[in-house]
Design a protein around this ligand. Sequence first.
Ligand SMILES: *Cc1c(COP(=O)(O)O)cnc(C)c1O
Length: 399
Amino acid sequence: MQSQISIQELDSRWLMSTYKRQKPLFVRGCGAYLYDESGKAHLDFVAGVAVCSVGHCHPLLVKRLQDQTGRLMHVSNLFLTEPQAKLAARLCELSGMDRVFFCNSGAEACETAFKIARKHARWTKGSHAFEIVTLYESFHGRTMGALSATGQPKYQEPFEPLVPGFKPVTRNDLDALRSAIHERTAAVLIEPVQGESGVFPVSVEFLREARRLCDEFGALLIFDEVQCGMGRTGRWFAWEHAGVSPDLMTLAKGLGGGFPVGCCLAKGESADTLQPGDHGSTFAGNPMATIAALTVIEIIESEDLLANAAEIGRYLQDALLTFKADGLPIQEVRGMGLMIGVGLQEPAARDIAQHALELGLLVNPVGDETLRLVPPLTLTREEAEKAIVMLKQAMQSGV
Ligand SMILES: *Cc1c(COP(=O)(O)O)cnc(C)c1O
């Protein structure tokens, strides 16, 4: 198609080559479907990488954003605005946290948490206490601090030297955790469900032990819920499943339902650590971003999407497990709610994703051996059944 060729040419000529693009040129979205320029429908199990939590172009979200665009788009944090204050209150109400700092992305949310952890430790223990214990196979973003926290050398090596102080340990290794935390530890940083590396839930024992050790050593427990938060796992926040609550929590991806917005929430002392002049962001928490997030929360509540995510997620996981009985090369099915990782027995993830794309289903291969399924939380049973049929067909032709 003519326009696609020229868009593709423009893209590859004028953008930095940071992304490997796939073919379809999407021009429209509706609910769980994306439509390419030929009009072909694709059932979207990527959802902008766990971003489009209430589906594409949800009518209420569109309306609220249209209204806000016509009224007030940006003011700056030098002044008060209504949606920002209301969103902060709602997020604290939902999470039990005390205060919020808004930002524009997941990486910035993590940077905020690191700054709070460092300043807090400096107050309480002195300037030598700046270590942050992290996990291998984690992902926290691409800015220098977030990259330094990301326990994946392949992302880090080209950009060394890293920000000092991040100490990765192996997920669910209690002894490694115990020996990594000491008096100089400012914080422990964990994604309760590791998303980017293939949907690996962290064990309840590990989360509990992290909480206990942070309390013992006066360190802050940071949960990065950028991907697993905001209803994705069938609860507002993934830590609710384990009953272990953090001192700091980061959110982004699903928070704005497609509008860029992130935040760092804090509880107790850590909520009062940042003072005027310590931190800020020009765009952060602007009326568009915050009205989007307020509306996403309203939709999740009014459409009972937490229960839906839990129920449809269970259906998908059960259906995927039957593939195994049918001789398809599935090793295991991981995750919670609508955050699902399908571990394969062979490095076929990219091929399967390609076959699925041709059939009209978008899934995200993570490495060679995992498929990540993160559809909108609005996914219906019927759509889930369709996806299962297509995924099965894709796996049968992919192996
Ligand atoms: C995606 C992600 C980030 C980074 O978010 P950006 O908005 O891309 O900066 C951080 N943490 C987790 C857990 C993520 O999944």
